[in-house]
Design a protein around this ligand. Structure first.
Ligand code: HEC
Ligand code: HEC
Length: 316
């Protein structure tokens, strides 16, 4: 008798605590963006419930990954390096080869990608409909059951909140703070004719959003043809979307194939691309000759790149 009473009390308490928890969770999520944030970490959107968007786009690493190729379902590796999903709001297209033109279209692609989450969209939508919590949340926020369209809308709304514009560089632009002498020398190099970084990494997020070939394609061991895979045009061989450089100090390794581990290696590469890749196909005109940067100038450039980190990612 005593035992049954105890079990009864324990069960009642569990239900009370659980419903209080769901109540809190449920009321905290009121907007599309908040729902998108929850979905970004939702593993049921992968076939074996092992990965979520956040497994590869890791929030504390500025929503990028720390390895050259990320691990998806069944320990499969991605074929390209995971980029940051910060500052995506003003981009005209997504992925290294630009194959998605809106964040909505983009967000359903990793769910279905066999190397990433491997789940047909119909199945993803079915799983959300089977969850009481998600049915209620979608009903409250969209006035509809979960479907592919509102799922994509939630992801997109969340990603559009991920703008980072509070770095030391922004303080400098707003006349709130000075750069150190070294950072200022790096800034002048970055925008100047010697290093030419500004030719491609311009505008508020340090990208012109153009496709360029910086020499990392030779059709041999460097065999990802980038934009060419989409357009089939010879001139597009080896072209990739110029990535923005905000928070770049936090998002190593670098490039579409993650081949550089540090910013020092990146700058060393730009200084003389053909020293590392002697037979590039279709390399951009501006990178055909070595830049001739001194050791000090390379350090200055790296110091400047580090001023682009949003304060929330500044670590000791
Ligand atoms: C297994 C790792 C992995 C998972 C899981 C994953 N991504 Fe990605 N993500 C990548 C890789 C790799 C790329 C680059 C692929 C390419 O360009 O071909 C990418 C690219 C992107 C981009 C484009 C960024 C840019 O600079 O153009 C966005 C946005 C994005 N992912 C959002 C998401 C969302 C939303 C989810 C969850 C629904 C998700 N990702 C799940 C690895 C992953
Ligand atoms: C001709 C255009 C162009 C010029 C000039 C240029 N970049 Fe880039 N940058 C790109 C492209 C395109 C990529 C991606 C290439 C790839 O993955 O194959 C890139 C990638 C990078 C990355 C890696 C970002 C990441 O998230 O992986 C860094 C850092 C970078 N550039 C810094 C610089 C610096 C510093 C300079 C000047 C010394 C410079 N870039 C000059 C076009 C350019």
């Amino acid at each position: 008798m005593k035992k049954t009473l105890f079990i009864f009390i324990a069960a009642t308490l569990t239900i009370l605590v659980a419903s209080a928890f769901f109540e809190k969770e449920g009321t905290a999520i009121q907007t599309r963006a908040a729902l998108g944030k929850k979905l970004f970490s939702e593993k049921i959107l992968s076939i074996d419930s092992s990965v979520s968007c956040a497994s590869c786009h890791i929030p504390q690493f500025a929503f990028a990954d720390t390895v050259a190729f990320s691990v998806g379902i069944k320990n499969k590796l991605t074929t390209r390096n995971t980029p940051s999903v910060l500052n995506m709001k003003n981009r005209p297209y997504y992925f290294w080869d630009g194959r998605a033109s809106t964040l909505e279209d983009q967000s359903l692609m990793p769910i279905q990608n066999p190397d990433e989450m491997g789940l047909p969209i119909d199945e993803a939508v079915k799983r959300l409909n089977q969850s009481k919590e998600y049915r209620l949340l979608f009903q409250k926020i969209f006035g509809q059951k979960p479907d592919a369209k509102n799922l994509a809308a939630a992801f997109s709304a969340y990603e559009k909140t991920l703008e980072t514009v509070d770095s030391k560089f922004d303080d400098w632009s707003n006349n709130l703070k000075n750069l150190t002498a070294q950072e200022e020398r790096g800034r002048q190099l970055f925008v100047g004719d010697k290093a030419k970084c500004f030719d491609c990494h311009r505008m508020e997020d340090f990208t012109t959003d153009e496709f360029k070939n910086i020499g990392l394609y030779n059709g041999k061991e460097l065999n990802d043809a980038g934009l060419f895979n989409i357009t089939n045009k010879e001139a597009d061989k080896g072209k990739f979307k110029t990535p923005g450089l905000r928070n770049v100090a936090v998002t190593a390794p670098y490039m579409h194939n993650g081949m550089f581990k540090t910013l020092e290696e990146v700058v060393e590469y730009y200084n003389n691309p053909q020293k590392l890749v002697s037979d590039p196909i279709n390399i951009d005109e501006s990178l055909k000759e070595p830049l001739g940067l001194t050791t000090k100038e390379k350090k200055d450039l790296v110091a400047f790149l580090k001023t682009l980190t949003d304060k929330k990612y500044n670590r000791k």
